[in-house]
Write a new protein. Structure first.
Length: 183
C-alpha cells in the first residue's frame, strides 16, 4: 500500500510537535486531537481561523501595503445574534406588546453581545447588526399596524429608531491599547 505524501506544512507541524514534546513535560498527544487540530499559515491573508467567537486573519493595509493582524466576530457568532434578535422580534403573539417592551428585552441581548465583541476590528460587523435590528423592528412595527413592507422613507427612519432608544453597537468598538499609536 502506498504511503500518502506529506506536504511541507504537515512535516513542519510534526517537527514542531516533536520539539515541543521533547522540551517540556507536556505531551501534546495527551491533549490534542488530530482531527480537530491543524496548523495554518496566516501569512498574506491566505487563511484565517475562528477561536472564541472571533475570526482571526492577517489583512493587508491598502495605504501602506503592510500586513496586520485583525479579528472580528465569526460567521457563527453573527448568525447567533441574528437568531436571538429574530427570536425576540418574530413571534406573532408579541404583536400585542408595546414596541418599547420589545426594545427593553432586546437591549440587554445587544449590550452583552456587543461588550464581548467590541475588542478588535468589529465596526463593519456591528454596523451589519444595527441594520438587521432596524429591519426586524421595522417589520415588527409594520405587522403590528397591519401594513406590509419596511416603509423606510415614510415611517421607519433613523430618527424613529433613535426615538425607541434601541442600543446601537456602531461606535462602541474598543482597540487594544498596545495595538494603537500613542502620541
Amino acid at each position: 500500500m502506498e504511503q500518502p505524501s506529506l506536504t511541507a506544512s504537515d512535516l513542519h507541524s510534526r517537527r514542531l510537535s516533536q520539539e515541543f514534546s521533547r522540551s517540556s513535560q507536556w505531551n501534546p498527544a495527551d491533549v490534542l486531537s488530530e482531527p480537530h487540530t491543524r496548523v495554518i499559515g496566516l501569512e498574506h491573508g491566505v487563511a484565517g481561523f475562528d477561536f472564541l467567537g472571533f475570526h482571526h486573519r492577517m489583512v493587508k493595509s491598502h495605504p501602506y501595503a503592510r500586513w496586520y493582524y485583525r479579528r472580528w466576530p465569526s460567521g457563527r457568532a453573527m448568525a447567533s445574534i441574528r437568531a436571538k434578535v429574530k427570536e425576540i422580534t418574530a413571534p406573532r403573539y408579541r404583536l400585542t406588546w408595546p414596541i418599547g417592551d420589545l426594545v427593553a428585552e432586546l437591549n440587554p441581548v445587544l449590550q452583552g453581545w456587543g461588550n464581548y465583541f467590541r475588542w478588535g476590528n468589529s465596526a463593519k460587523k456591528f454596523s451589519q447588526i444595527d441594520d438587521y435590528v432596524r429591519e426586524r423592528l421595522a417589520l415588527f412595527d409594520s405587522k403590528k399596524g397591519q401594513r406590509s413592507g419596511r416603509r423606510w422613507a415614510e415611517v421607519h427612519t433613523t430618527a424613529w429608531l433613535t426615538g425607541l432608544a434601541v442600543l446601537r453597537l456602531s461606535g462602541t468598538v474598543r482597540y487594544i491599547p498596545s495595538a494603537t499609536a500613542r502620541t
